[in-house]
Ligand binder design. Structure first.
Ligand code: ACO
Length: 436
């Protein structure tokens, strides 16, 4: 970061001395006021619940301009990556800062492919869960448990260990998600097959059985690969910040990524695509397109507590660029699978049309986010709704790892320790229990 000539001055209405703070500039985006010395100089903290105005770190990985609807991974627009690159190239880019050349790509593919198998003992650990457990409950456990199975790569001060952990996490997530699915179905686990692509391999582990050959459908493979690219990173969102905060204590990467998985589970974050599809199914069950108007009235009524899931975003105050790409993919997949007349897709298009014209949404700058169409694509592919967030976790793992590695590699990093504005009881004496 670059020191700006500009400085920020904080003055007080009680006549105490003003305090000056340095201002830093990034390569693009808002400048930041460096308030690290604020407490030392004034005895005060800043108050910013939800981090509405706080940059928690310096990062060179992902940039979002929410007003323009722009998303860049290492400077490359998401629209170009989604069309010209596959998920492996995107992962290499996020982890290493540059797109790979052909040899680098082949080497990276090879390394990831040859780490896709998981320790055989992991399946016995998995079998300890109830068959009807939510996949995210299982994934939180499995990812955390990787620290026990791959303890030989948990020295975070060793760059070689960090690299091996990154490859292991990226490579084994599809295997673990597919095993979680197979377990819920009571079907045998399918081992990875090394002549398939990352995404093709995942599809096979999900949908093949030992009883017959499985042929990967090209359109479906491309669509899922695109879902992975679009979800690979999104700068300092809740789960990524969780990974950074958890990792800042010096814990191992598997524990830090497990914390990210747990955070992603929430319906305001990764759980939104599951919530969005459930919402579409419910509207469909209640009368479909004819009832869309009624549903929108409920959404606009604050008392109802109903939100239009898949709409709105903390950062994007314009169309989420990923939503446009997802809508294209959605059409492609439905056509390829002969589902052009899918009622939920029609319903989603109608909800979007109404919302984009309705003053409630226009005034609040609420646009479709990536989750609005991704659920329909996944459902068409045959992925059950309860697995959507696990797929998101699979795709986001590379972003989490890249962000965690960036933090650990910075010699100046510190354990994260937010402060608080205390409003509870002040010191008081414990009264003996019989007298309370
Ligand atoms: N439906 C109806 N109203 C909404 C919606 C929505 N989906 N989203 C926001 N609003 C309204 C709020 O009620 C609020 O109105 P008000 O100003 O009259 O009080 C205003 O828009 C601003 O909303 P906030 O919740 O303050 O915005 P915030 O930036 O905190 O929240 C969030 C963003 C959580 C994503 C929100 O838009 C939401 O809940 N959306 C639905 C869930 C969803 O799709 N999440 C996916 C996020 S993307 C991802 O994680 C990959």
């Amino acid at each position: 970061m670059k020191l700006s000539e500009k400085k920020a001055t904080l003055s007080f209405s009680d006549g105490s001395n003003p305090v000056e703070f340095p201002v830093y500039q990034g390569t693009v985006g808002p400048d930041v006021i460096d308030i690290r010395k604020l407490y030392g100089q004034t005895g005060m903290f800043t108050y910013d619940p939800g981090f509405l105005s706080t940059a928690s770190c310096e990062s060179a990985i992902t940039y979002i301009d929410g007003d323009k609807g722009q998303l860049l991974y290492r400077g490359y627009p998401i629209e170009q990556l989604a069309v010209n690159c596959d998920f492996m190239e995107t992962s290499y880019l996020l982890l290493n800062g540059e797109l790979p050349n052909e040899k680098q790509k082949a080497d990276f593919n090879h390394q990831v492919t040859y780490h896709t198998m998981v320790n055989e003992q992991m399946q016995f650990f998995l079998r300890g869960f109830r068959r009807d457990a939510h996949p995210m409950a299982i994934m939180t456990g499995l990812v955390g448990a990787m620290a026990a199975f791959y303890h030989d790569s948990t020295d975070i001060t060793n760059p070689e260990h960090r690299h091996i952990s990154a490859i292991r996490l990226l490579a084994k997530m599809p295997t673990l998600v597919a095993m979680t699915y197979k377990y819920s179905q009571g079907q045998p686990f399918i081992y990875p097959q090394n002549d398939l692509s990352y995404t093709g391999n995942f599809l096979r582990m999900m949908f093949a059985t030992p009883c017959e050959d499985y042929k990967v459908n090209d359109v479906v493979e491309r669509a899922l690969d695109r879902i992975f690219i679009l979800h690979a990173d999104h700068e300092q969102n809740a789960s990524t910040s969780t990974v950074r905060l958890c990792g800042s204590s010096g814990t191992n990467p598997f524990a830090a990524i497990a914390a990210g998985v747990a955070c992603l589970w929430g319906p305001a974050h990764g759980g939104a695509n599951e919530a969005c599809l459930n919402m579409l199914e419910q509207i469909q069950a209640n009368g479909g397109i004819a009832k869309v108007g009624e549903f929108m009235e409920q959404v606009k009524d604050k008392e109802s507590g109903v939100r239009l899931m898949g709409f709105g975003h903390r950062v994007y105050k314009n169309y989420d660029p990923r939503a446009k790409l997802m809508q294209e993919t959605c059409k492609e997949v439905l056509t390829a699978l002969g589902l052009e007349n899918d009622p939920l897709f029609k319903l989603a298009m109608e909800l979007e049309r109404i919302a984009l014209e309705d003053p409630y949404f226009v005034e609040r700058k609420l646009y479709p986010n990536v989750d609005f169409y991704s659920g329909i694509v996944q459902r068409a592919i045959g992925i059950p709704t309860s697995l959507f967030t696990a797929i998101f976790a699979l795709a986001r793992t590379v972003g989490w790892v890249a962000q965690w590695n960036e933090m650990i590699s910075d010699p100046a990093y510190k354990i994260g320790r937010p402060r608080q504005l205390f409003t509870g009881e002040i010191a008081r004496d414990v009264v003996e229990i019989s007298k309370r």
